[in-house]
Design a protein around this ligand. Structure first.
Ligand SMILES: Cc1ncc(COP(=O)(O)O)c(C=O)c1O
Length: 212
C-alpha cells in the first residue's frame, strides 16, 4: 500500500489512538510501512554497514537501486549516504501509483530524512531534489504482477538462485533490467541492487509467477 493511498488507514489509526488516549492509554502509532523518522533509522544504519562492506571488499558503487514505496527505506538511505559521504546515486523505483506528480513523494521523503537527521542530532538538511525516484514501472498497479516482474523473478532465480518478491523487489529489479537495457548506466559503472526482502509474498502469487 502506498503512503498516500493509505491515508484513510492512517486516519483510522489516528482516530483509534485518540480514543485510546481519552481512555488514559498511551498508544504508539506505527504508520504504514513503519515509514516515520524512527523507522528510517534502520537504513541509516544499513548504509554504515554498506560502507564497511565496500571497504572490506574494495568496492566502489556508483548507483544503488531498490524498491521505494512508503519512503522509510529511501529516506534512511539518503540520510545515511550523507553521513558516510557516499558519492554514488540512490535511485528508488516507485512501486505504487501515487505521488509521482508535483514532487509529492519527494517532499514526503525530504520530511522523513530531515526528521531523522534531527533525531540523530546531525546538521543535515534535505530538499525534494535530493531524492531520485523513477515512476516508469508502475505497471497495472500495486501488487499486480505483469511480464516485467515475472521475467525478473524467473531470471534472477534461474541465474543466481536469488528469490525476489512479486510486489517490491521483482518490480524494482525488472525496472533495473530495463534501465540497463536502455543504457542508462555506462559499462564501467557498478550498480548495487539492494534486495529489501519480501520473499514470502512469492507464495501468495505462485500462479501468477509461474504462468509464463
Ligand atoms: C520487500 C519490500 N521492499 C521495499 C519496500 C519499500 O520500502 P518503503 O515502504 O520503506 O519505501 C517494502 C515496503 O513495504 C517492502 O515490503
Amino acid at each position: 500500500m502506498h503512503w498516500q493511498s493509505a491515508s484513510a488507514t492512517e486516519q483510522e489509526l489516528n482516530q483509534l489512538a485518540d480514543q485510546l488516549r481519552s481512555e488514559s492509554c498511551k498508544p504508539y502509532v506505527i504508520p504504514i510501512g513503519a515509514s516515520n523518522a524512527l523507522g528510517s533509522l534502520g537504513y541509516v544504519h544499513a548504509m554504515q554497514e554498506l560502507k564497511e562492506q565496500m571497504r572490506e571488499q574494495h568496492l566502489n558503487i556508483d548507483h544503488i537501486v531498490f524498491a521505494s514505496c512508503s519512503g522509510g527505506t529511501q529516506a534512511g538511505m539518503v540520510l545515511g549516504a550523507k553521513l558516510i559521504n557516499f558519492q554514488g546515486k540512490i535511485l528508488g523505483i516507485d512501486i505504487a501509483p501515487v505521488g509521482q506528480f508535483g514532487n509529492v513523494y519527494e517532499a514526503h521523503l525530504m520530511k522523513l530524512s530531515n526528521e531523522a537527521a534531527k533525531m540523530l542530532a546531525v546538521k543535515k538538511q534535505f530538499a525534494p531534489q535530493d531524492f531520485l525516484v523513477n515512476y516508469d514501472y508502475l505497471g497495472k498497479g500495486y501488487a499486480i504482477v505483469g511480464d516485467l516482474e515475472r521475467e525478473a523473478i524467473h531470471l534472477l532465480a534461474e541465474k543466481e538462485g536469488i528469490l525476489l518478491d512479486p510486489v517490491y523487489t521483482g518490480r524494482a529489479f525488472g525496472g533495473l533490467l530495463d534501465l540497463i537495457q536502455s543504457k542508462q548506466f555506462s559499462k564501467n559503472e557498478t550498480v548495487l541492487f539492494w534486495h529489501t526482502g519480501g520473499t514470502p509474498a512469492l507464495f501468495a502469487q505462485v500462479e501468477n509467477i509461474c504462468a509464463k
